[in-house]
Structures are given as C-alpha cells and as structure tokens.
Design a protein around this ligand. Sequence first.
Ligand SMILES: Cc1cc2nc3c(=O)[nH]c(=O)nc-3n(C[C@H](O)[C@H](O)[C@H](O)COP(=O)(O)OP(=O)(O)OC[C@H]3O[C@@H](n4cnc5c(N)ncnc54)[C@H](O)[C@@H]3O)c2cc1C
Length: 120
Amino acid sequence: MYDVTIIGKGPAGISASLYTKRAGLNTLIIGKDGGALEGAEKIENYYGLDKALTGKELILRGIRQAEELNIEIITDEVVDIKNENCYKILTRKNTYESKTLILATGSNRKTPKISRTNRI
Ligand SMILES: Cc1cc2nc3c(=O)[nH]c(=O)nc-3n(C[C@H](O)[C@H](O)[C@H](O)COP(=O)(O)OP(=O)(O)OC[C@H]3O[C@@H](n4cnc5c(N)ncnc54)[C@H](O)[C@@H]3O)c2cc1C
C-alpha cells in the first residue's frame, strides 16, 4: 500500500513526487510515456536553464532527479481506478493500492479554429 500514487511522469508528476517524498510519504509514479515534452525540440524558456535542451533531455533530468530520491517510477498505462477503502489503480500489467492519488496526466493542445489567412 502506497501513501501516494501519482499518475503522470511529466514535469507536474515528477515535481509533485519530490515534495511527497521529502514529506516522508511512500510514493509511486505511474506514467505511460514522457508526455507533452517528448515533442518539444528545444526548451529555452524555463527557469534555471542556462542552455537550451531538448524536451527528451529535460524529461530524463526529471526522472533522474526522482530516482536519486529512490522514488519508484513505473512505465504503464492506468486503465481504471476504483475508490473502495483505498484507491485501487488498475494498469495494463498490474493493480496498485494507494491511500491517496494525484492526477498529473497533462492536457491536450487545442488549435484555435481560425484560418491561417485571418491570423495576425
Ligand atoms: C511541441 C511542444 C513544445 C513545447 N515546448 C515547450 C517549451 O519550449 N517550454 C515549456 O516550458 N513548455 C513547452 N511545452 C509544454 C510542456 O511540454 C508542458 O507544459 C508540460 O509537459 C506539462 O507537464 P505535465 O506534467 O502537466 O503533462 P505532460 O508532460 O503531458 O505529462 C503527462 C503524463 O501523464 C501520463 N499519462 C496520461 N494518461 C495516463 C494514463 N492513463 N496512464 C498512465 N499515464 C498517463 C503521460 O504518460 C505523461 O507521463 C511544449 C509542449 C509541446 C507539445
């Protein structure tokens, strides 16, 4: 039984885990992939970055940071969550039990329905 399970291993999920772990909570992260940053070719508008780097590199840095704190990170897809006496998190490969849950599953980008000729 985990104290906290975080669904999503992008910047939000990894950042949350740094705090829960430091608070002494037994933390599990489940993410199916690297999230939105995987598609970012060049990140240069982020606090603390003195040189541009790719989204994939930034993901790896975040994962390494969490691993340094011995936070457990699993690559798997969550397919269902049941709230009984605790949260039962069903993935494609396994079931995990957790007292609390943090959803950090990101969001989809939306393109405005404006034709290119009308854009400024
Ligand atoms: C092309 C592109 C370029 C970008 N460039 C920049 C930039 O230059 N600078 C910048 O600051 N930001 C940039 N961004 C935005 C940045 O990527 C996002 O703000 C950031 O990734 C959001 O982090 P997040 O953790 O909320 O979500 P995400 O990074 O999207 O992470 C979501 C996580 O949830 C997981 N997940 C979702 N559903 C499930 C499920 N059912 N089971 C298990 N796991 C699940 C995913 O696998 C992933 O690990 C860019 C985004 C894109 C797409």
